[in-house]
Design a protein around this ligand. Structure first.
Ligand code: NDP
Length: 246
């Protein structure tokens, strides 16, 4: 059966990177998974990689649009008849120091991370509380804990996700819905591949374990929160950083 046998999960931004690694872990543990992402071609590839329509669906979804989020969650109910786990993972970066950052860059990042996470948490929890419970995992970042130069938009959004998760956890705990957050550090994905070498080296020098993390190392912690292994945990934040900036 696995840790997630018989469960259905929705993962936003699930076509690549950390989201896809989470999907792989979940499927290995017996879950059926619905991926929401902007990139339909990448979604098709991901669904095939995960084992096809029997266990996976991919739906185009812009997490900043309430109707599209609702359609994604309805897609999970239509395909697999349940919604037990929601992972709000979709993300972008629009880095620039504050003097150079445009309002558009600020608004885009707040919309995808903070509003997207709020829409996903709100809509998923409404469905889960009617069905007797569930687990919501929100992907924050170390940048939301310590603040990073060039990321006033991203740090604000990722810190906001922590507050959102704790407030939501208090609101829905009585209905059997848990809400937790994960703060990855430097993880090897398309998002960090674009980083200049100097910035990469600087970050590496801050990591006691001396290496970047792999997407699956985040996925394993998300699996812990999604499963009954964390049945008495809500409103918490797990750092997955190799000890960076502890
Ligand atoms: P990737 O860029 O590899 O994947 C993010 C996915 O989200 C992409 O497929 C992207 O699609 C999708 N996406 C972007 N905007 C939207 C949207 N509006 N609606 C739906 N999907 C969208 O990033 P990672 O896997 O590295 O990051 C995953 C999460 O982890 C993010 O929230 C990120 O902030 C967080 N994180 C990552 C860290 C890292 O070091 N990699 C560290 C800390 C946190 P498209 O490619 O089409 O834009």
């Amino acid at each position: 059966m696995g840790l997630l046998g018989g469960k259905t999960a929705v993962i936003t931004g699930g076509a690549q990177g950390i989201g896809l690694a989470i999907a792989k872990r979940f499927v290995t543990e017996g879950a059926r998974v619905v991926l929401g992402d902007l990139d339909e071609d990448a979604l098709d590839v991901a669904v095939k990689e995960l084992g096809g329509a029997g266990v996976t669906r991919g739906l185009r979804c812009d997490v900043t649009e309430a109707e599209e989020m609702a359609a994604l969650l309805a897609g999970a109910l239509d395909a697999f008849g349940a919604l037990d786990i929601m992972v709000n993972n979709a993300g972008i970066t629009r880095d620039a120091t504050m003097r150079n950052m445009t309002e558009e860059q600020f608004d885009q990042v707040i919309a995808v991370h903070l509003k997207g996470c709020w829409l996903g948490t709100k809509q998923a929890s409404l469905i889960m509380r009617e069905r007797g419970g569930g687990s919501i995992v929100n992907i924050s970042s170390l940048s939301g804990k310590v603040g990073m130069i060039g990321q006033t938009n991203y740090s604000a959004a990722k810190a906001g996700i922590v507050g959102l998760s704790k407030a939501a956890a208090k609101e829905v705990a009585h209905a059997g819905v848990r809400v937790n957050a994960v703060q990855p550090g430097l993880i090897r994905t398309a998002m960090t591949e674009a980083m200049p070498q100097k910035a990469w080296d600087q970050k590496m020098s801050e990591i006691p374990m001396g290496r970047a993390g792999e997407p699956d190392e985040v996925a394993k912690v998300v699996l812990f929160y999604a499963s009954d292994l964390s049945s008495y945990m809500t409103g918490t934040v797990a750092e997955v950083t190799g000890g960076r900036l502890i």
